[in-house]
Write a protein that binds this ligand. Structure first.
Ligand code: FCB
Length: 468
């Protein structure tokens, strides 16, 4: 390389879709209830998911999170596994009932100690921590007192967030308040397919408001406390595509976009719920108190986006995904990487977004472990195409800061139990043995090439500086 090589030209010369900035955050993601197990250990309180798993028929295979991946007892092994992938970031969540069994009042030293060991273990391995405070496993004691439908839970969440940030705020890169408030509110309280299993639309709407409010209040409280971690929230978003070009389908898609995306993005970035959705909700609109909307609209240091697929919306019969000709994952979700680029461009255009992270992306596939290998070519293709979609958004000016695979390892997939495997690491639920799938080997190699590229960029930069 000659002394006057411009590093940006070097960047441009490489396949733009798969070459990322040297400081790009690459990670794998998990959540507490889905991997930890140890449900009755160390004084952990009951969570709403423990309770929900006992409802007959709630979980496809009748399973629960009592053992899950037994991560609680395999922490060091799992941290080695994460480090071996070559990622620089690990996204995990804290089990609120493990650290504060009743959701308020007394803290559990044993529970806190687990996360302290987790964070020390990450630091020793040079890995950054993205810590989520609420990935759905609300303490059952708070549910018994009204759960997220009660404003008391908002206060308890803020206290919990402050307690965690005071203890761990200087050991984590980022703190996420909530993972996917849409799922908690609507799948938990309107369709009832997730914990706590309620079916009441007005309640679900109120829950969504309280989740947003607790997010905003927690951010302000943490900042007032001097927390140094970067603060944000994670939303599940998808482009809503009308099935046909008819005015009915287009109108329905716009409304669904309002209910999924604008319902959360508008209050956070514009301080107001979208009027068309409020009109649609009528008497079910949330009860909003003086000052709530201001509290919600506090600036974010980053926004996390979980992307899996697009949604095709029809005003008539529900759209049949088998009719689109797109390949499907084992969840029956269309594989549509272009939707990720479209979504990111749209967010960047419509809202004053901070740095964006893809905090979850991945696919469930019917993996088979044979002779110590899992040949999950479909997952490799899925990941490569979605990473390329992120690269394309970056190239078009979207402030992308990171990408994390869902998931590090196979785990308890909520209402699907252990039947759906999202991991790049296979878990044998009898022996609990972990085996890297081909996709994990692919990710390792991909990340190695990114590091080589980063080093090339850095040395080109130095060369330019020396040459000047
Ligand atoms: C997301 C959840 C995550 C995982 C994936 C497949 O909605 O945040 O826990 O279950 O879906």
């Amino acid at each position: 390389m000659n002394a006057h090589t411009d590093p940006s030209s070097l960047y441009d010369a490489l396949d733009p879709a798969l070459r990322f900035p040297a400081d790009f955050c690459w990670g794998v993601a998990t959540s507490s209830f889905q991997i930890e197990g140890g449900a009755q250990e160390g004084g952990r309180g009951e969570s709403i998911w423990d309770r929900f798993c006992r409802v007959p028929g709630a979980i496809a295979d009748g399973s629960n999170g009592d053992v899950a991946c037994d991560h609680l007892h395999r922490l060091e092994e799992d941290l080695d596994l994460i480090a071996s992938l070559g990622v620089n970031t690990y996204r995990f969540s804290v089990s609120w009932p493990r650290v504060q069994p009743l959701g308020h009042g007394a803290w559990s030293e044993q529970g806190l100690n687990f996360y302290s060991r987790l964070l020390q273990g990450l630091a020793r391995r040079g890995l950054k921590a993205h810590m989520t405070l609420n990935h759905w496993d609300l303490p059952q004691a708070l549910q018994d007192a009204g759960g997220w439908a009660s404003r008391q839970t908002v206060e308890h969440f803020v206290d919990y967030a402050r307690g965690m940030a005071q203890r761990f705020g200087n050991q984590v890169e980022a703190i996420t308040t909530h993972n996917e408030p849409w799922v908690m509110a609507f799948l938990g309280h309107e369709t009832g397919i997730f914990a706590p299993g309620l079916k009441d639309r007005a309640l679900a709407i109120q829950v969504s408001h309280h989740l947003l409010l607790s997010h905003g209040l927690a951010l302000s409280a943490l900042r007032a406390d001097g927390c140094k971690a970067r603060l944000g929230i994670v939303l599940n978003l998808a482009p809503m595509v009308p099935a046909e070009d008819s005015p009915q389908d287009v109108a329905k898609a716009h409304l669904e976009d309002g209910r999924l995306l604008r319902w959360f993005m508008d209050p956070i970035f514009r301080g107001a719920y979208p009027q068309d959705v409020l009109d649609h909700l009528g008497a079910d609109a949330p009860k909003v108190e003086e000052g709530d909307m201001r509290a919600i609209a506090v600036p974010l240091d980053y926004l996390g986006i979980n992307y899996y697929s697009r949604s095709v919306v029809s005003a008539g019969e529900p759209f049949d995904v088998n009719s689109s000709g797109l390949p499907l994952t084992d969840m029956g979700w269309e594989i549509y990487p272009q939707g990720l680029t479209d979504l990111l461009l749209r967010l960047h255009q419509d809202y004053p977004v901070p740095p964006l992270y893809i905090t979850e992306n991945g696919g469930a596939f019917p993996d088979r472990l044979a002779d110590g290998r899992v040949h999950d070519a479909d997952r490799i293709r899925y990941l490569a195409d979605h990473i390329a979609a992120v690269g394309e958004a970056l190239r078009q000016g979207v402030p992308m800061a990171g990408y994390m695979v869902w998931s590090l390892m196979d785990n308890f997939e909520w209402a699907s139990g252990y039947e759906k495997r999202f991991g790049i690491v296979h878990v044998d639920y009898q022996s609990l043995k972990r085996t890297l799938k081909d996709s994990a080997h692919w990710y390792q190699q991909f990340l190695q090439s990114q590091r080589r590229h980063g080093a090339e960029l850095a040395s080109a930069q130095e060369t330019v500086q020396v040459g000047r």
